[in-house]
Design a binder for this molecule. Structure first.
Ligand code: FCB
Length: 435
């Protein structure tokens, strides 16, 4: 047996806009994802999160489903647009606790109130201040029962996909806006962390999407800077990387950024790591670069080598070991949790009503082993959340990409646990895998 440390927690993750639906219920105000998904051409086949998995109405059954898988913890996000009435999360948290499932609440998984976007969104410093106030309000309501808080999910995506390439809401395509947004997201994280801390929150975290970058040294250092160090260093080292400050200065006035770093660099209790794949980059004068990494003209982002998932992402379990070891080496002293890892495949309910998904089982098996290898080498990894509990609204891909342990039939909202769900239940029960 490959056994994980005692007390290691196994869970699954979701996000509000991807599963809740009920976008006009319970006093919810419109978010940037409502606006964006209703914009023609923004999401594949014009799909929206209006109904999604209808989790807002079906949460009690979904919590039963989690209990049947033996989940020990559940990572969900609170929709900022529901701030005027948080009773849904009250009920959700109570249901989780009744089933002995530890709730981990993410405060921002991309559904910014449209009202704030109209005032500049994350390009406005005021959004960071408002985020801290919102964090306090949610803590006031749920802090007696939620012990682990995550401020932001993947600020790189919010900034560079939301404001850089425009592939995500709010659909802005301006590198300067992307760098400004990145800074204000980090500031929002820092301000919310201090606020949560002073309100007595037990454990505060930040979730970053991180990726080992391979290839030629110079472009790899740049892309690693943009993807990883730009977010890790101000939070965990108390300084923007010098090369990134110079780089950003080509686009924006960074003088104020430096002054804000002490506000950003609040101690966190645990770092959330979302890992999906690695990237490989080469110097190539003819290459157009990548529009989500501003200024990378002349850099070729290599196509992943097989096998790939339905997203076209390379399956590279060893990248998770490398990443966890690198974090432990370069940013020592911060415990880690894998807050997302998983894969999309073209899953179908078969004639006998089952959903065989051997590729997902192999994917997760490989990544769990990779995480275990990191633990053996001294990484302080505390928990692992599979993305995702349910098939759901995969942003610009709509409902076409299925990441769930549980299949969702969107016509009937019927949930069918996939083979991987049963397999995961056994992993959790044994706290490990056969050797
Ligand atoms: C991550 C997101 C999550 C989901 C997965 C596939 O970037 O945090 O919402 O879309 O990717």
């Amino acid at each position: 047996m490959i056994t994980f440390p005692e007390g290691f927690l196994w869970g699954a993750a979701t996000a509000s806009y991807q599963i809740e639906g009920a976008v006009a219920e319970g006093g919810r105000e419109p978010s940037i994802w409502d606006t964006f998904s209703h914009t023609p051409g923004a999401v594949r086949d014009g799909q929206t999160g209006d109904v999604a998995c209808d989790h807002y109405h079906r949460f009690a059954d979904d919590v039963e489903l989690m209990a049947s898988l033996g989940l020990q913890t559940y990572r969900f996000s609170v929709a900022w647009p529901r701030l005027s009435d948080l009773s849904f999360y009250d009920r959700l948290v109570d249901a989780l606790l009744e089933r002995g499932i530890a709730p981990v609440a993410t405060l921002y998984h991309w559904d910014l109130p449209q009202r704030l976007q109209d005032a500049g969104g994350w390009t406005s410093r005021d959004t960071a201040l408002q985020f801290a106030e919102y964090a306090l309000a949610v803590h006031e309501r749920l802090g007696d029962r939620v012990h682990t808080w995550t401020t932001l999910n993947e600020p790189w995506v919010s900034a560079f996909v939301g404001y850089g390439s425009g592939r995500h809401a709010p659909g802005v395509t301006d590198p300067a806006a992307a760098f400004t947004a990145a800074h204000h997201l980090l500031l929002g994280h820092g301000l919310a962390t201090s606020a949560l801390r002073s309100a007595g929150a037990q454990s505060v975290s930040l979730t970053l999407n991180l990726s080992p970058i391979h290839g030629d040294a110079e472009p790899a250092r740049l892309v690693d800077g943009l993807a990883n160090r730009l977010f890790l260093d101000p939070v965990l080292k108390g300084a923007y990387p010098a090369d990134m400050l110079d780089y950003m200065a080509k686009y924006v006035d960074v003088s104020g950024f430096v002054d804000d770093v002490p506000l950003i660099a609040q101690p966190i209790d645990v770092l959330g790591v979302n890992y999906y794949t690695t990237n490989t980059v080469y110097t190539d004068p003819d290459a157009r670069g990548h529009r989500e990494y501003p200024g990378t003209e002349g850099i070729r982002f290599a196509a992943p080598t097989a096998p790939v998932t339905e997203m076209g992402w390379g399956v590279v379990p060893s990248g998770l070991t490398d990443l966890l070891l690198r974090l432990t080496r370069d940013y020592p002293g911060t415990p880690l949790m894998v807050t997302e890892n998983g894969a999309a495949y073209d899953d179908k309910v078969d004639a006998s009503g089952q959903v065989p998904d051997p590729e997902r089982i192999a994917f997760l098996d490989g990544h769990f082993r990779a995480a275990h290898a990191a633990i053996e080498q001294g990484v302080d990894l505390r928990a692992y959340y599979v993305w995702s509990l349910l098939d759901n609204f995969e942003w610009a891909h709509g409902y076409h990409k299925r990441f769930g342990l549980v299949h969702v039939d969107y016509d009937t909202q019927r949930r069918t646990p996939k083979a991987s769900a049963g397999w995961y239940r056994d992993v959790i029960a044994r706290n490990g895998l056969p050797d």
